[in-house]
Ligand binder design. Structure first.
Ligand SMILES: *Cc1c(COP(=O)(O)O)cnc(C)c1O
Ligand SMILES: [Zn+2]
Length: 409
């Protein structure tokens, strides 16, 4: 390990040392981890990766730690399912579900970013970790901090789903519910991060945290037998994951682990909060912030930090974007469960609904391979489906009552 050269500004290229920094002092651009790929190429091969641990740290050479990882030893390496029923229903031949609804320990892909963030926070010597969250990050930071014996401060919008709130509180962090939108939570946290010496996963250590998302892309490639698919559809909140999926493909190519990828990467957002997809559709060089109003709260970021880079990723790979309405989100959640036995949260509904639109509009052709990124678990957003599903058939504990019921079923 220790193959990170430092941090580099995405806008002006200025270099910075490995420190808890996230914005360029010269141009305010975001900083990104940069690696010594020549050294990595000497040791990383398909064989060496395949011989690694069955978790996200099998890609440790491409993650920004100086020492050994200390967090997330059960995180990642989630299933890539061949979705034959769904493929048939949607009229395509080769459809896959990358299923992070079962990512350990907190059932979303956020465990990947937090594993890197907390390992790095410990290297930096922080004793308290924190985050501004739309829900899944809150669950993940709270759980990982509990296990690591770190103090945690979790900032969330006060109106989150009960599953996301209780799924945070159970780990006993300090939880602060803010009466406002996620964007207001984030703004407040940026001010707090300037005053307190805490490791804010998605603020001051964001360049390290964000790299964890690459493992989602690495796994897709490895699980497809070291091939990149024709399409990957990725849900966007702050726009980080989609960029890191592209970085993952680029890095594997750079290390000669795969052929030059032709993968088109598409963005999925909700109609009620889709500023990235709006920019993809309308063109333009900046993402205009919106006021979020959607069922998909985990994606409800109106002013996405990496928004313009997410747009760029779709443009440079030949991808596009699609907006899902609340109705389409719930229908897609039901379709995924009914066809493939996978219960995803609202964000997964957004991604599948977007995939359906891309297939219907011909941007994804029937003979092309598609990976749908399922990033979170449906048990956390029960209210989305609560009023849409049939009630159980209630009967007395008697055989004749059951037989009466059978006549009606
Ligand atoms: C956070 C989140 C995303 C998107 O993440 P960004 O990197 O901020 O775009 C997608 N799906 C789920 C379930 C999430 O919690
Ligand atoms: Zn800069």
């Amino acid at each position: 390990m220790g193959h990170v050269n430092g941090l580099k500004c995405r806008e002006c290229g200025e270099q910075y040392p490995i420190e808890p920094l996230h914005v360029c002092e010269l141009c305010f651009g975001p900083l990104e981890a940069s690696y010594d790929y020549e050294t990595i190429a000497e040791k990383a091969s398909r064989d060496s990766i395949e011989a690694g641990p069955r978790n996200m740290w099998r890609y440790a050479d491409l993650l920004p730690l100086d020492g050994e990882p200390t967090d997330g030893m059960d995180t990642g390496y989630t299933p890539l399912l061949r979705a034959r029923n769904l493929a048939k229903r949607l009229g395509v031949q080769e459809l896959y579900i990358k299923n992070d609804s079962v990512c350990a320990p907190t059932l979303s892909f956020k465990d990947r970013v937090v594993s890197v963030a907390l390992s790095k926070a410990k290297e930096f010597g922080f004793e308290t970790v924190a985050c501004a969250s739309t829900g899944n990050l809150a669950n993940s930071v709270a759980a990982h901090a509990a296990r690591a014996g770190l103090q945690a401060f979790i900032f969330i919008p006060a109106d989150l789903e009960i599953g996301k709130v209780l799924g945070t509180s159970i780990y006993n962090p300090r939880v602060v519910g803010i009466k406002g939108s996620y964007d207001e939570v984030n703004r407040l946290c940026s001010e707090i991060a300037g005053l307190y010496k805490w490791a804010f996963a998605n603020i001051n250590i964001r360049p390290f945290y964000a790299e964890g998302s690459k493992t989602f892309g690495f796994e897709i490639i490895e699980q497809l037998g070291w091939c990149s698919p024709d399409h990957i559809v990725v849900p966007c909140a702050g726009g980080s994951l989609i960029n890191k999926v592209r970085k993952a493909l680029d890095e594997f190519h750079r290390l000669n682990l795969i052929e030059k990828p032709r993968t088109k990467i598409h963005a999925a957002q909700a109609e009620g909060c889709g500023p990235i997809v709006t920019t993809i559709k309308e063109g333009g060089d900046f993402v205009k912030p919106v006021r979020a109003n959607t069922l998909a709260k985990s994606l409800a970021i109106g002013n996405p930090a990496d928004g313009i880079y997410a747009v760029e990723t779709t443009r440079l790979t030949g991808g596009y974007g699609a907006h899902a309405s609340d109705d389409e989100i719930v229908q897609a959640m039901q379709m995924l469960a009914g066809e493939e036995g996978v219960f995803t949260e609202t964000a997964g509904g957004v991604t599948l609904a977007a995939t359906i639109q891309l297939i219907e509009s011909g941007l994804i052709q029937p003979n092309e391979s598609v990976v749908v990124s399922i990033t979170g678990n449906g048990l956390k957003t029960l209210e989305a489906v609560q009023d849409r599903l049939p009630e159980p058939n209630i009967i007395l504990p008697r055989l004749n009552a059951f037989e009466e019921l059978m006549k009606t079923l």
